[in-house]
Structures are given as structure tokens and as C-alpha cells.
Design a protein around this ligand. Sequence first.
Ligand SMILES: [Zn+2]
Length: 179
Amino acid sequence: MLPWVVRRTRLPLLSLRCPDCRSGSATTGQGRFRVNANGKLLDVWLLVRCQSCNRTKKLTVHERTPVGSLDPAMLDRYHANDPDLVAATLLDQWFARTNRFALDWRGAWRLDVPPARHDEAWPVRVAVVFEDPVPVRPERLIAHGLGLSRGEVLRRVKCDIPLRRTTSAAFTFIVMSMD
Ligand SMILES: [Zn+2]
């Protein structure tokens, strides 16, 4: 059986307190970097803005980094606001930690469930893979994917990780037949 795939549909928002209006939500919008050269040192920031007052905040990507230590092709991508690099930067755990924000994934992802095969024998084994590091609770994801209640999931599903622990790592589960 084909795996279920968790993937993002857009960039997640940032849970980040605004110093001006105290709102807790920021966005990268289309995604813009700012590069500043100071002699032989470079600073690179990702710009985000408050969702309620539009105040812009710079999140540090590189701080006083020697120009020579940054791959020129990479530098071009920062200058070009490369969308893939914006996404990779935003989803980088180290970047989130050093800039003290959490990602808000609500409404920013989906679960793709391939059509079930009718000749499939019980019990059915399903692998879940992640194209993006979306935090999900297996119990809720499986209930949604199978169209079952969470109670049914608890009765009929055996998962190789705890059903109620949030994860963004691939896992597998087995669904028992209804009998
Ligand atoms: Zn604000």
C-alpha cells in the first residue's frame, strides 16, 4: 500500500510576540531576505512581519559571517529571495530556536491518503511519511485519514509509536478489521 503523505500547503505562521502591539503571530509573506555586507563580514536576515500591525522584524540567519565562508551560489539565492531557501530557513529547527519562535501549522498542511485497494487483506498496514516537519498527533491523523472516531482508532489501530505523542517523524500503523 502507498504511504500516506503529510505535506505543507503554504508556509506556516510564526508564533512570535510583537514588541509593539503584543500580537503573537507573524508571517514571512512571500519571503524576503536582507543581506548586509560590512567589510568582509555578512549579516543575513529573514524578514517577517506582525500579522496585526505589520511591524517588520529581522530574524538572524547569518551573523557577522566571513564572506568567504558562504558559498557564492547560496549568497545569490539569498539575494534572489529563493522561495525554497525561505522555506528551508523558516523550517530549520536551529533557526527557530535561536530566534525564539515556534511555527504555527494550523491550516498550513494537508494529509494525502492514496485510494484504498479493494483486494487488500486485513489487517491493513499503513506507513506515514512527512515531506515537511508538521507536528501531528498520530491518533488524530489516523482518525482523519480513515474517517474513524478517535475511540475506534484506539480500539482498532496498533501504532509503532505512542498514538497521543506529537511527532514529525515517519511511523507505521496497522488497522484491524471491524469484527
Ligand atoms: Zn504588531
